[in-house]
Design a protein around this ligand. Sequence first.
Ligand code: SF4
Length: 410
Amino acid sequence: MEIVSNLLTPRRPTRQISVGSVKVGGDAPVSVQSMTTTKTADVTGTLEQIYALAAAGADIVRCTCNEQAAAEGLAQIVPRSPVPIVADIHFHVEMALAALEAGVHGLRLNPGNLRKPSEIKLVASECKDRGVPIRIGVNAGSLHPEIYERFGGATPEALVESARQELAYFDEVGFSDVKISVKASSVATMIAAYRLASETFDHPLHLGVTEAGPLPGGLIKGTAGIATLLAEGIGDTIRYSLTADPVEEAKAGRQLLESLGLRERKGLDLIACPSCGRAEVDVIAVASAAQAALQDRNLPIQVAVMGCVVNGPGEARHADLGIAAGKRRGHLFIRGQIVRVVPEDEMVAALVEEAEKLVAEGVEARLAARDVSAEKEAEADRAALLDAKGLDANHATERIEKIRRRTEGH
Ligand code: SF4
């Protein structure tokens, strides 16, 4: 689709920051965010949801880090996530530090409930040392009580003041790797707050209407706020907050950006794992070859390229089709179920062939046509790889030990 964003008010220039591999602000495309609803300590369930969100269009995913078990989960999730992970922090400075130890790509701090200047500066210094950005996530519902009183409520000015105060603490330790949100559940308040924020700061802005509620009302509220601002050139990254499966948030975000001409429409949706310590193949090379082979075929499906057979088919079970590598073989899977095992050098060709059949015949027919011995062969490969690399291919145990030392120190 033609990019027509030049018909809207040009985007206001902001500084650019990097959340892992995703650039936010400056001339970077407006990115889509969502948040998991699983317990972060549930590594498998959370990764499955992250993959589903990535496939639905999320560029960045946030996970709550509200307890030590969540931080330990993050130590295992981050190296296996296909998109950068931001830890959501409320109240507890030690959870911010533990999330950093877990290797997250960004933090979200709520200035309304993490209030001690010494703690805020400690987190900012640590983020500075590690090159990890922070979102100052002001929320009308949990505004700092002193600011609430001073402004006589959660007014747009009060929201912006809360962000300004937090920024001042960051300035004291020379930390400026920041994006800002000033969310409210009132669309009018949120629009006014972001307009003011865009005049006040040159940091990238993360747009959202909080607690927008269930579908369809939540979608309308979110769109009213986010689209209005984007059309005015305000906003660098967005999140719909819906009382619904977060996949709906990611889809809505993506569709909104496409409908405004701020992102290109996708036909084929190819996702790839980040290739962690378990990878059995050069994931980037296979993903690029798959992209090149599939892109002109205009197949409306999600395809996953995964670095290992141990976790790949499960993590990407929401994808229509995928290939995972192991023991010089590729495991072809449809919706998480292994349908064929092929030699490594035939992985891409097999993927293309299956993609075409899948579109022509449908999921049920292709599952029925699967090679009956494939699952057994796949299981043997998985067991051999687990034997070879153990359960902790990413050395998450070391990070978890550091997290425990940190959390116990407080
Ligand atoms: S190599 Fe395996 S465990 Fe690692 S990110 Fe890829 S699929 Fe997940």
